[in-house]
Design a protein around this ligand. Structure first.
Ligand SMILES: [Ca+2]
Ligand SMILES: [Ca+2]
Ligand SMILES: [Zn+2]
Length: 368
């Protein structure tokens, strides 16, 4: 008798548990379907109430966004950065001090309508210890080694710290931070970079000038942008440079235009060949840009091919006009009155050794 009673009690318990379970499932399903429409087809039934009732994430607007206006986009309208050699709070005193955490990159992305923009607070030059910034070997700038009187050859104000993570930052419409890095010390991060906004502005204006003339110029490859004095001294081939090279000051770049993306300079003058005449198309574009924007005056050099990328052009914003170059006609024109700084760069005690010693020779030295 007891066994029968116990058996029916157990059955009763099981039934009750089953009923409770059914109620719970029905309640959950009912609640779920009353708060959220059923997806028509496919999809997963996510019944996490946390997700359903989460308020939409508030749009994150950087407090820096309010500082970005048209004047910051440069003469080309295409700059995406401003480099600041003082702290952000001293440049923009009304900015919250909390935001100014010292040297670094402060992005000012506001919304989809406005273009992304960044303020880059530079690491002061004084932070360099010996020939290094951190683990990155930079060498010594001319003014660290000897008295430099020429304008524009003083030590740079400071450095941009480039990490693996921030190297893709757009500095202007067509260029990223990494385009201007010295090609050396592959495994050393962060690296440090000197770069001037005026160079970016000039490169963008050259692209715009060629584009309106029907020359596809959107894909500019910077063969060599910034060169540390260390690399400038010992680099050879396309990457080596003159002792006082503008590349050390972040305002010079060797470029090819490769809009058909075959890794080689394009036929910019459409004559069916790729030679220094194509580099001269870049020179002509720079001439036109400098006439319109005298503040961006500087040097242009045209070079015959030294490697697989073909002929190339050097552009800088040294502050006065300088021209040198490949073809006989250009050479005759520029040889008449050499610019003082170029002469200085090929005389005196040459420091280059080994294969790069040829760079010190007056005849074969690069003057960029
Ligand atoms: Ca090409
Ligand atoms: Ca051509
Ligand atoms: Zn150059």
């Amino acid at each position: 008798m007891n066994r029968i009673a116990a058996l029916s009690r157990r059955r009763e318990n099981k039934r009750r548990t089953f009923a409770l379970l059914c109620c719970a499932i029905l309640a959950a399903a009912g609640w779920r379907y009353s708060t959220n429409p059923v997806p028509a087809l496919g999809g997963t039934l996510d019944i996490s109430p946390v997700v359903i009732y989460a308020p939409p994430p508030a749009p994150t607007v950087s407090p820096l966004a309010s500082l970005v206006n048209d004047s910051l986009f440069g003469l080309s309208g295409k700059l995406r950065v401003r480099f600041l050699d003082k702290s952000l709070s001293s440049t923009f005193p009304h900015l919250a001090r909390a935001l100014d955490r010292g040297p670094g990159i402060y992005t000012a992305e506001s919304d989809s309508a406005q273009k992304p923009f960044a303020f880059v607070s530079l690491f002061p030059f004084a932070m360099k210890r010996g020939d290094k910034m951190g683990r990155y070997r930079m060498g010594f700038w001319p003014a660290e080694l000897r008295l430099v009187t020429s304008q524009g050859y003083e030590n740079p104000q400071g450095f941009i710290e480039v990490t693996r993570e921030n190297q893709d930052l757009f500095v202007s419409e067509h260029f990223r931070l990494r385009d201007f890095l010295t090609h050396d010390q592959n495994d050393v991060w962060p690296k440090y970079l000197v770069l001037r906004e005026e160079l970016l502005d000039k490169l963008e204006l050259v692209i715009a000038d060629l584009t309106v003339r029907g020359v596809p110029a959107s894909n500019v490859i910077v063969m060599s942008g910034f060169r540390t004095p260390h690399h400038n001294q010992y680099g050879i081939g396309e990457d080596g440079g003159a002792r006082d090279s503008r590349h050390q000051f972040g305002d010079g770049a060797d470029i090819i235009i490769d809009s058909n993306r075959d890794g080689r300079m394009d036929d910019l003058n459409f004559d069916g060949r790729v030679n220094t005449r194509d580099a001269e198309e870049i020179l002509h574009a720079v001439d036109r840009v400098e006439r319109l924007y005298p503040d961006l005056v500087g040097g242009v050099g045209t070079y015959a091919a030294m490697g697989p990328s073909g002929p190339f052009a050097h552009i800088d914003v040294r502050g006065y006009k300088a021209r040198w170059g490949g073809s006989a006609t250009t050479k005759r024109r520029s040889a008449s009155r050499p610019v003082r700084a170029e002469v200085a760069s090929t005389q005196g005690t040459c420091r280059a050794t080994g294969a790069s010693a040829v760079l010190c020779g007056v005849r074969r030295a690069r003057r960029d």
